[in-house]
Design a binder for this molecule. Structure first.
Ligand code: NAP
Ligand code: GLV
Length: 315
């Protein structure tokens, strides 16, 4: 008996379990806390696993993340250290994220909030609009998601740069690398897009000092922030203060320090905040279960795993 176990206490797992049964018909699909015989479990998918659950699976071979980020797995202090972790790298998820980023860049660039307000007020105001080529977009994180979004923005004509740990060579995208090039990246950026993983190094990175370094001489008059990485990366009080002081024109936030966002958060009603409920790039169960099943088939045939997480980097 080989079992696949979902350890996803904060998710409604029924749809996932049903899709995984279709994708992995020869495995017994189980859902924590109904683990059954622990020795049967060869594979697990985890998101915020309770302590010791994964550690106590003696024959566990691979841990799967059901999303691109793995912070919700690495946060388990009892995570067994010798088990490989595979994360999602799927064209479906990547396309969803690029749609979200392109849509929000365009909404700020084309001043969609102003257009909607004019419509509500029955105001015929065809104000001047600048070209995409006048705007400098900076994408923090040029991994699977950041690279795709950056390329699509470059195709639309924006001046695009990216910031990552290592140097990149992406057609149409200027590369900035490492902490020493962060300031140069920020000072040339009108719209800052964050697609970084949550790690000790990126926690709190989007703070008042970083916001102050963004370009303030662009066509929008003040910079814009779009964060679809993780809430841990943003200092929310600093973002609100920067919106008030004019250091930020507007923000699009998909991720928050506390999710769901509490009812009393000022972000809900702020007129210059575009808010989405961590839905920039959903993991579609049928797509991700097929992806996981293909990874298991390859692993059982060849011993090879792709899209492995480097635990020392934290992503
Ligand atoms: P990825 O392929 O692992 O790419 C991560 C990128 O971040 C890489 O370019 C990496 O640089 C860069 N990076 C990491 N630490 C850095 C640091 N300290 N300084 C500078 N650059 C750093 O990840 P991905 O698949 O693109 O996903 C990125 C993140 O998006 C996920 O971790 C998750 O948090 C978030 N996400 C959000 C949603 C949503 O719905 N809101 C959905 C999916 C994912 P190198 O290339 O040099 O290593
Ligand atoms: C979602 O947030 C993901 O990491 O895929």
């Amino acid at each position: 008996m080989s079992a696949f176990l979902f350890v996803t206490p904060t998710w409604d797992g029924d749809q996932w379990a049903n899709e995984m049964k279709k994708a992995l018909p020869r495995h017994d699909i189980r859902k924590w806390p109904a683990i059954g015989e622990t020795a049967d479990v060869r594979y697990a998918a985890a998101w915020l696993p309770p302590p010791n659950v994964l550690r106590e699976l003696p024959n566990l071979k691979v841990i799967f993340s059901l999303g691109a980020g793995v912070d919700a797995i690495l946060s388990d202090p009892t995570l067994p250290d010798n088990i490989p972790i595979v994360r999602v790298n799927s064209p479906d998820l990547t396309m969803r994220m690029s749609e979200h980023i392109v849509m929000h860049v365009l909404m700020h660039h084309r001043q969609q909030a102003r257009i909607l307000a004019n419509q509500r007020n029955k105001t015929w105001d065809s104000f001047p609009q600048h070209a995409a080529s006048a705007l400098r977009v900076g994408v923090m994180g040029l991994g699977v998601l950041g690279e795709d979004a950056a390329k699509k923005l470059a195709m639309l004509g924006f001046q695009v740069a990216g910031w990552s740990r290592s140097r990149k060579s992406i057609y149409g995208v200027q590369s900035f690398a490492g902490a020493e090039e962060l300031d140069a990246f920020l000072t040339r950026t009108d719209i800052l897009v964050c697609l970084l993983p949550a790690t000790a190094e990126t926690d709190g990175l989007i703070n008042r000092a970083v916001i102050k370094k963004l370009a303030h001489n662009g066509p929008l008059g003040a910079p814009v922030l779009i964060n679809a990485g993780r809430g841990r990366q943003q200092v929310e009080a600093d973002i609100l203060a920067a919106l008030e002081s004019g250091e930020l024109l507007a923000v699009s936030l998909d991720v928050f320090g506390k999710e769901p966002l509490p009812n009393d958060s000022p972000f809900w009603s702020h007129p210059r905040v575009y808010l989405t409920p961590h839905s920039a790039a959903d993991s579609e169960p049928s797509v991700i279960c097929t992806y996981v099943a293909q990874a298991i088939t390859q692993f059982e045939k060849t011993g090879q795993l792709d899209n492995l997480v480097d635990r020392t980097r934290g992503y």
